[in-house]
Design a protein around this ligand. Structure first.
Ligand SMILES: [Zn+2]
Length: 70
């Protein structure tokens, strides 16, 4: 399985809440919104671009620590 997301995918996807660009963290395997700071997890190589109320609680907590205001 590919360990990195292809650049093509990164060019296409954006934050579902504000349509801002996402920054890929290769080490943590997450995508962080450059605008609202929400952290989207990548599970089994697939970015989970769901709104916060559908994300796991732990992921939402991480986003809050990152500066996401909800
Ligand atoms: Zn956002």
């Amino acid at each position: 399985m590919a360990e990195t997301l292809s650049k093509d995918i990164l060019d296409i996807i954006c934050c579902p809440m504000d349509k801002a660009d996402l920054k890929y963290n290769k080490t943590k395997k997450t995508l962080t919104c450059t605008k609202c700071k929400f952290i989207y997890p990548i599970k089994e190589g697939i970015p989970v671009l769901l709104p916060p109320d559908l994300q796991d609680k732990e992921d939402v907590e991480l986003s809050k620590k990152n500066g996401w205001k909800g």
